[in-house]
Design a protein around this ligand. Structure first.
Ligand code: PLP
Length: 298
């Protein structure tokens, strides 16, 4: 854990950063957050900081959260926080919330606070080379119920249920279907399939979070010369895929070799998955000549 956190414009000790137990966002899930990674490579870099800041501010806008800081103030705070904590590879968590301690839902007229913390971070989905996933009996929330494009705490109750069901059934992670039964995404990851050399991923209309790693994979895939298709994907297509992998800030690119007990890619990491992982790993640590604009030096 980084010893120092940023809270509403000040750097303070982690131990001093306390909220009341009746905190609105703790009770009702009204927080907005981001998950950003930094990597130590040639130098220390934050991966796609601008896109994460855009999504953070858009999420707050969707929820009409009164923002007291500008994007550039939050950007500077994140960079300075990493300098102060001097971490290795890290996960950065900006969190906007109502630091209120009353019973009652209404947030109209209430100010929002922002904190930013950073933790040392390795692999999210365990040390195994590839993982198993289970199709959840819970459907992915959709925009008729909650804005899925906003990265809001409350959305993750849906993810937590799916992840719990998968883990209790002996799988590493869950995949959720959308309202129409098409593939949507993992509990905190986007999903990709490879069939006959073409890369497929559910489209924006399949109730997915617009993943920044997803966008990176699409761009890397095209750069490597592959056709990348964003489309509705029926559930059964995943079982007959040559390769399956997850993308996400925490998950990075995680190969999947077992879906609902059906083996994919003979249980091995597929060639295209491997190529994308290798390219991605070089880019994030500053060892590639391409996509340099995705990196912010600390
Ligand atoms: C529900 C969900 N889907 C997908 C992702 C992947 O998005 P990103 O690549 O921007 O981290 C995340 C993680 O942020 C997530 O929470």
């Amino acid at each position: 854990m980084g010893r120092i956190v940023w809270w509403d414009g000040k750097f303070i000790d982690y131990e001093e950063a306390k909220v009341p137990i009746l905190n609105h966002s703790l009770q009702y899930g009204s927080g907005i957050f981001e998950g950003i990674r930094s990597y130590r490579g040639k130098k220390t870099y934050i991966f796609r900081l601008e896109e994460h800041l855009d999504r953070f501010f858009n999420s707050m806008k969707i929820y009409n959260m009164p923002v007291r800081f500008t994007k550039s103030e939050v950007r500077e705070a994140i960079i300075e926080l990493l300098r102060k904590n001097n971490l290795g590879d890290s996960y950065i968590r900006p969190f906007a919330f109502y630091n209120d301690d009353k019973i009652g839902l209404s947030v109209v007229g209430k100010p929002a606070s922002i904190y930013i913390a950073a933790v040392e971070f390795g692999k999210y989905l365990g040390e195994k080379e590839s993982i198993s996933i289970k199709t959840s009996s819970w459907r992915r929330i959709n925009s008729t119920v909650l804005p899925v494009k906003a990265k809001a705490s409350g959305n993750y109750i849906n993810s937590i249920l799916a992840n719990m069901e998968a883990k209790l059934s002996g799988f590493d992670e869950a995949i959720l279907l959308d309202q129409n039964g098409y593939l949507s995404e993992g509990s905190a990851e986007n999903i990709f399939l490879v069939k006959k050399g073409v890369i497929y991923t559910p489209s924006m209309s399949d109730s997915i979070l617009e993943g920044i790693t997803r966008d990176s994979v699409i761009k890397i895939g095209k750069f490597l010369g592959y056709e990348v298709v964003e489309t509705e994907i029926p559930r059964e297509d995943i079982y007959t895929s040559d390769e399956v992998f997850f993308s996400g800030t925490a998950a990075e690119i995680t190969p999947v070799t077992n879906v609902d007990g059906i083996q994919i890619s003979n249980g091995k990491i597929g060639k295209i998955t491997r190529e994308i992982i290798d390219t991605f790993s070089k880019i994030v640590r500053g060892y590639s000549d391409h996509f340099a604009s995705w990196l912010t030096e600390v």
